[in-house]
Design a protein around this ligand. Structure first.
Ligand code: ATP
Length: 503
């Protein structure tokens, strides 16, 4: 699985999806650029989200707020004081780690051992993994289960607060070693704030210090009343936004899964106090359906309900997707209470209450948030789409089985040969369709090679223009996934493709 992931990362670079940032200067840690195909895929993901959230919901509108915001906003939201990760250094390797991640990896190691034993037992007795787990009496498994549970409990306790000495003690007691130096030479654990800061204007006093936003949500909260009033919105209603967020992540791992500059698609849904948990459950279901509508298989998604809640939340759940490195969070759904709006009311001194015309009462709405990372979504799409397929003739083809609606290029038009008027005919088709879909023209190399190039970037349709085309106005349409071909009239192409690629 790790190997597959490596291949996906190099495929992303080789085919113009994702490049390391500042590549010719050897890159910049956990920062990436999207290339010519990556930007198209990313835009399509954003469009798929925007259409389903904003256009399909009459009571949700969008905004685009600035990245720079008044510094007091981050005081009010709690980010200045509490947006921290517990950091630990190894004195030998001089590497920095997140103490919580080191411990979570240790828990995962116990789980790996348990899974291995249970899978062995399931195979031996011919039953399912769940049945084998249920019947498990093997003392080795029992021991690992007990260790995992005890560690999990101790860790959850230590993260309340958090208790930094206890986090260090866990690392020592569990004999966790630095993955690079292999030593246990750990420093104390300390808090590290994840916000990037800079100065605005020419003054360098404390008042000019501003932050790059670590989430887009606050831009929605501080505009909540502007939008509610000018849009004449009635609770329940939502505000959606897509935009960049910045976090000075300590451990940057797994390619675009954890970046220092990334993009979020967030929606804050304002509801009457007391109804928030119903809305929380309904948004969980709605968002899960959105993911599953891409057809990647329901078994590749799961909810992870949080036991430990952030200071502002009264319920939280993640939607996790099965990446090659395990089930990982792609989206968070949080019931944020009225924490943010109340805090902004307190810190700004302005009333931002909602007046309910039906009950003649004013109140601070409660908020359900759905927050998804564009880049993580991109990674999940790539991981699912990437396939090395063994063909009947013994060859292997690398193909991205992207949903047609998300594919960067929808159609490639290929003249069979570079003469006899075929390129001109092919160009005519491109010119007729390029305003509708991203359509490419390619005349270099053999048809087989050209098909492979399109497979590698996930183009769902290729049409080949041959000598007969000049007589019968028909082309050979080839489908990426099945590689089947059929003869279709050029006049039918637009409808045929439109039907498959529209979001
Ligand atoms: P994690 O636990 O993985 O750090 P989080 O719980 O802090 O994530 P949220 O604050 O809930 O994440 O952010 C919402 C979404 O934004 C996440 O589900 C994820 O898709 C995305 N996201 C958060 N941090 C990053 C990052 N550093 N790089 C890329 N995407 C991110």
């Amino acid at each position: 699985q790790e190997d597959v992931f490596k291949k996906i990362v190099s495929h992303c670079k080789e085919y113009g999806f994702v490049f390391p940032s500042s590549d010719i200067y050897d890159g910049l840690g956990a920062v990436y650029d999207y290339g010519q195909n990556g930007v198209e895929l990313k835009n399509n993901i954003k469009e798929y989200w925007w259409k389903s959230m904003v256009l399909l919901h009459e009571n949700i509108v969008g905004i685009d707020s600035a990245i720079f915001m008044h510094p007091t906003i981050w005081k009010a939201s709690g980010h200045v004081d509490a947006f921290n990760d517990p950091l630990i250094d190894n004195r030998d390797s001089k590497k920095r780690y997140r103490a919580d991640v080191l411990i979570e990896d240790q828990i995962a190691k116990y789980e790996e051992k348990i899974d291995k034993e249970v899978a062995k037992a399931a195979k031996k007795f011919g039953d399912s993994f769940d049945e084998a787990m249920f019947r498990q009496t093997n003392p080795r498994v029992q021991e690992q289960l007990a260790k995992r549970d005890a560690l999990h409990e101790r860790y959850a306790q230590a993260m309340q607060g958090p208790n930094l000495e206890e986090l260090k003690q866990i690392i020592i007691d569990e004999e966790i070693v630095d993955p690079i130096s292999g030593t246990k030479n750990w420093t104390d654990v300390r808090q590290f704030n994840l916000m990037f800061s800079t100065e605005m204007g020419s003054l360098s006093d404390a008042a000019s210090k501003i932050y790059l936003r670590p989430e887009t949500a606050q831009g929605i909260f501080v505009n909540y009343l502007n939008v509610q009033k000018t849009g004449r919105m009635k609770v329940p209603f939502g505000i959606a936004q897509i935009g960049k967020a910045f976090r000075n992540e300590i451990v940057a791992r797994q390619f675009i899964f954890r970046m220092r500059e990334f993009e979020q698609m967030e929606m804050q849904f304002f509801v009457t106090p007391g109804t928030e948990l119903d809305w929380f459950h309904s948004w969980k279901e709605t968002r899960m359906k959105w993911h599953q509508a891409l057809g990647f298989g329901a078994e590749n998604y799961r909810f992870h309900d949080h036991e430990k809640l952030a200071h502002y939340a009264n319920a939280a759940s993640d939607i996790e997707f099965r990446m090659p490195f395990g089930f990982k969070e792609v989206e968070g759904i949080h019931s944020r209470t009225n924490f943010d709006l109340s805090q902004h009311e307190k810190f700004s001194g302005k009333s931002i209450k909602y007046f309910d015309p039906q009950t003649n009462e004013s109140y601070t709405p409660y908020v359900i948030e759905t927050s998804i990372g564009v880049d993580r979504m991109f990674l999940s799409v790539m991981c699912h789409a990437y396939e090395e397929e063994k063909l009947e003739n013994g060859e292997t083809r690398t193909v991205l089985k992207l949903p047609a609606a998300l594919a960067p290029v929808k159609l490639a038009v290929l003249p069979l040969v570079k003469k006899d008027g075929l390129p001109e005919k092919a160009r005519e088709i491109v010119n007729a369709l390029k305003f509708k879909f991203n359509t490419h023209y390619d005349e270099k190399d053999t048809i087989g090679k050209r098909y492979r190039r399109q497979d590698a970037i996930g183009t769902p349709f290729c049409v080949t223009v041959d000598h007969d085309t000049l007589k019968d106005n028909c082309v050979t349409l080839r489908y990426r996934d099945t590689m089947q071909q059929e003869r279709v009239n050029i006049d039918q192409l637009e409808n045929l493709i439109e039907d498959k690629v529209s979001i």
